[in-house]
Write a protein that binds this ligand. Structure first.
Ligand code: HEM
Length: 202
């Protein structure tokens, strides 16, 4: 494995697990203390918010295990079981995302970005699992790469926030980041898929 690939694998594992663990801080500290900017969801869609912030990190924490070639080859039944958990977590967190997105901080532009992201997250993951169940492994790989790119929006967003908010302030940066956290991920995934048609063949 090249040094560049090793770095990518290291970043995938460390950032996915770190962001997932930090996201569960509300379980210990409560939403008011740990996510004060999210308190507006406590009035309306409280259950949808809790479903989202509990289950979305489950999908993110599972992602590096599912992407590992070694684990996939050596523990196929574990891969299938973790795949089911990944799918159910995204079903719950994605529907939660659809419900809370219209009330996202700063208004319509951010709300639309998150709503579209939730929709694509549910569709790409649903298709990936449907293809796996029908033994269409090449199609499964293609769609799970899209799903993974969207799951990783949680990481991209948390890398972009300190820079964006530091430079432009929250009100200006947040609507841009609601799109910038996932559109480039999807472009990179499409570029990767277009470069590796042979590798994608089962
Ligand atoms: C990929 C599709 C996703 C969509 C569409 C989405 C959407 C949203 C929305 C709309 C909010 C509320 C934002 C606001 O009110 O301004 C939110 C918050 C949150 N989301 Fe997601 N999210 C996604 C993925 C994830 C993932 C994979 C994680 C895993 C870590 C995650 C963890 C959280 C957490 C922890 C919050 C509370 C905000 C905070 O971090 O303080 N989300 N999400």
């Amino acid at each position: 494995m090249s040094a560049f690939n090793k770095l990518n694998v290291f970043l995938l594992w460390s950032l996915s697990l770190l962001v997932a663990l930090v996201s569960w801080r509300f379980l210990v500290l409560g939403v008011e203390l740990s996510m004060p900017a999210m308190m507006h969801h406590m009035d309306g869609a409280k259950m949808a918010f809790y479903a989202h912030v509990f289950f979305a990190p489950v999908a993110l924490a599972i992602l590096p295990f599912q992407m590992s070639n070694r684990l996939r080859m050596s523990r196929q039944s574990l891969h299938r079981w973790m795949g089911r958990v990944y799918g159910v977590a995204i079903l719950i967190a994605g529907v939660g995302g659809l419900i809370i997105a219209p009330d996202a901080a700063t208004g319509t532009v951010a709300a639309t970005g998150f709503f579209l992201l939730s929709t694509l997250w549910l569709v790409s993951t649903g298709l990936a699992i449907w293809f796996a169940m029908n033994k269409r492994i090449t199609d499964h790989r293609r769609w799970i790469i899209r799903s993974a790119a969207l799951t990783l929006a949680a990481v991209t967003l948390r890398l972009q926030m300190p820079i964006g908010v530091g430079v432009w302030g929250f009100e200006a940066a947040y609507p841009v980041i609601a799109w910038a956290c996932w559109v480039p991920n999807l472009i990179v995934a499409e570029w990767y898929l277009s470069r590796k048609p042979a590798l994608m063949a089962a």
